[in-house]
Design a protein around this ligand. Structure first.
Ligand SMILES: Cc1cc2nc3c(=O)[nH]c(=O)nc-3n(C[C@H](O)[C@H](O)[C@H](O)COP(=O)(O)OP(=O)(O)OC[C@H]3O[C@@H](n4cnc5c(N)ncnc54)[C@H](O)[C@@H]3O)c2cc1C
Length: 369
């Protein structure tokens, strides 16, 4: 073992929160050789999207990494980096080959002339990212599917979907392989260590057990503000709810061969599951209570739903909460003070951005050693 690796083995890091932000941070730091605890009361519970227990389990797992208008800046760089890292990471976590793959491509249909004009610009600027324009003539299939007359659309060959449940399960398996210590208890308090001989930070668990660490990485979404307030930090996050519906179609009337992994139409994602099941989602609702009106609007596509949608029945539905920073751009990646970092507030793109955010945390820790 080289000295660097030996030093890392001595560096103790606790990650608070085991959603996608925490799991991927643990995965990244564990691969680098650090001694990592991943702490979350949910860590040993069933992973399920029908009754999701955190934002990640509720997520659709859509990766819109390339279909993005900017070509510079922090948000662009995080997306770009994440798309590259997901490709690499999937080869490391995919145990049964077919389990966790990025299903591609993504098609977005334009709702208005203005949106189509933006698509033309995007396709001109982002050809090298696999973005291609779909003109009027190539939209016959979608016109008949949605009983409409579309102006145009885009295909993003490299964007798509990671099934979040399969992804969490594969990552969890990887965490065991790289010997991440999973602790299934709520963190009630974090504090600075007073004892000079101790490591820098103390974590108090709900069962009053105390853990002494060199670094703490907080990935606890909305709960982040509660954990940091006693230390004098005001991290403001608000809940934004999202509803997802699984539709059962009356009969298999759609030609699924033409469907991409993700279809985005009227700002709603359509995910084809099997011959007569389709996921649609997700709404964007301020607060933590789901609204029937928002759900109805999604179901009837703001009164433009085709017959097959109107006649479909709901066979499953769920909702989840996204944590959105109130006065800062998403996500919150910060080193608050030596040894105390946050990786949270991912709002709508936590799955997409997870690898780049985990890598940022790794770099910050390395720089500070
Ligand atoms: C309906 C819906 C659809 C979405 N679709 C997409 C999508 O298509 N693509 C995409 O990229 N993103 C999507 N998102 C967003 C994405 O799910 C989130 O950005 C992401 O899950 C945030 O991950 P996280 O780890 O920060 O938070 P979470 O997954 O919410 O995890 C936070 C964890 O912290 C733990 N925790 C909290 N307090 C404590 C404590 N005191 N001690 C220990 N643990 C604690 C919780 O138990 C929880 O497990 C969607 C979200 C929703 C709700």
């Amino acid at each position: 073992m080289n000295i660097q690796k030996a030093e890392k083995k001595q560096t103790k890091i606790s990650i608070i929160g085991g959603g996608i932000a925490g799991i991927t941070t643990a995965f990244h730091l564990g691969k680098k050789g650090y001694k990592v605890n991943l702490i979350d009361p949910l860590i040993n519970s069933e992973i399920n999207n029908l009754s999701p227990k955190n934002g990640t389990q509720a997520s659709l797992g859509v990766l819109m990494g390339n279909i993005y208008k900017r070509s510079k800046g922090r948000a662009f760089l995080l997306r770009n980096k994440s798309m590259k890292l997901w490709k690499e990471w999937l080869t490391q976590i995919n145990y049964s080959k077919s389990d966790c793959i990025l299903n591609k491509p993504l098609i977005k249909l334009a709702n208005s002339e203005k949106e189509y004009e933006a698509m033309i610009e995007l396709s001109n600027n982002k050809q090298k990212y696999g973005i291609e324009l779909l003109n009027k003539d190539s939209l016959e299939f979608w016109n008949s599917t949605f009983e409409t007359k579309l102006i145009g659309g885009l295909i993003s060959h490299e964007d798509g979907r990671l099934n979040p449940i399969k992804l969490i399960k594969s990552l969890m398996q990887s965490l065991d392989q790289i010997k991440i210590n999973k602790i299934g208890i709520n963190v009630s308090r974090i504090s600075k260590s007073n004892n000079l001989n101790d490591k820098s930070w103390n974590i108090t668990l709900e069962n009053n057990q105390s853990i002494n660490q060199d670094y703490i990485v907080i990935c606890s979404a909305l709960n982040t503000q509660k954990l940091l307030k006693p230390l004098g930090y005001e991290i403001l996050l608000e809940p934004i709810l999202g509803q997802v519906i699984e539709l059962e179609l009356k009969k298999s009337i759609l030609n699924w061969k033409e469907w991409p992994a993700i279809l985005n139409y009227q700002s709603i994602n359509f995910i084809h599951l099997n011959s007569n099941h389709l996921l649609i989602g997700a709404t964007i609702e301020r607060g933590s209570q789901s609204s029937l009106t928002e759900k109805q609007e999604m179901l009837n596509l703001k009164n433009t739903a085709p017959k097959w949608m109107i006649n479909a029945s709901i066979c499953n539905e769920w909702s989840g909460i996204r944590a959105r920073p109130i006065s800062e751009p998403s996500p919150l990646l910060k080193e608050l003070e030596p040894g105390l970092l946050i990786n949270t507030g991912h709002y709508r793109n936590g799955v997409l951005l997870a690898p780049a955010c985990a890598e940022w945390i790794g770099l910050k820790i390395e720089e500070s050693q």
